[in-house]
Write a protein that binds this ligand. Structure first.
Ligand SMILES: [Fe+2]
Ligand SMILES: [Fe+2]
Length: 169
């Protein structure tokens, strides 16, 4: 039963696994650059995507399907914070659109629980999109010194932004 739902759930799982890989990649590079708080945001988001993957896998098993564990796309080798945030927002936007479509499809073939799961994930991905958008906005307004100043709370002082930037909020 619910073969179509199992297909949608596995497609969503592939999307979540791709997001986990991409966000961990960004996390490693941001931490290496000394941008601790932004690195942590990417790490926390990757962990939340892992919990999404778990919920999708549990639903697939409940419906009697196979958990395919295909990674939906390759990691984009982006090293520049503004481009990272742009890519992360794009990934979230694509997830939001896909999960909205899947929620409608699952509702149309009377699988309300899968529909509810996709709706829950849409809400979570919109929160992710917003958190990345906020950081992109701060970066656009305050520039690289914003990221450097953010790092003062951690161990990564002495970043190449100089001391002239405005205070981060
Ligand atoms: Fe997710
Ligand atoms: Fe997300």
């Amino acid at each position: 039963m619910h073969e179509k739902s199992i297909g949608h759930l596995n497609a969503a799982l592939a999307d979540e696994l791709a997001a986990i890989h991409q966000y961990m990649y960004f996390h490693f590079h941001l931490a290496d650059l000394g941008y601790g708080p932004l690195a942590n945001l990417l790490k926390r988001t990757a962990i939340q995507e892992m919990l999404h993957a778990e919920r999708l896998a549990e639903r697939i098993l409940f419906l009697g399907g196979e958990v395919e564990m295909v990674v939906g796309r390759e990691v984009a080798k982006i090293h520049e914070p503004t481009a990272m945030l742009e890519r992360a927002k794009q990934l979230e936007q694509e997830s939001i659109e896909m999960y909205n479509r899947f929620a409608i499809a699952c509702g149309a073939h009377a699988d309300s629980a899968s529909k509810q799961l996709f709706e829950d994930l849409v809400v979570a991905e919109e929160v992710h999109w917003d958190s990345f958008d906020r950081q992109a906005d701060f970066l656009a307004r305050f520039g690289e010194p914003y990221l450097a100043l953010q790092s003062f709370g951690g161990s990564g002082g002495g970043a190449a932004g100089g001391g002239e930037g405005p205070a981060a909020p």
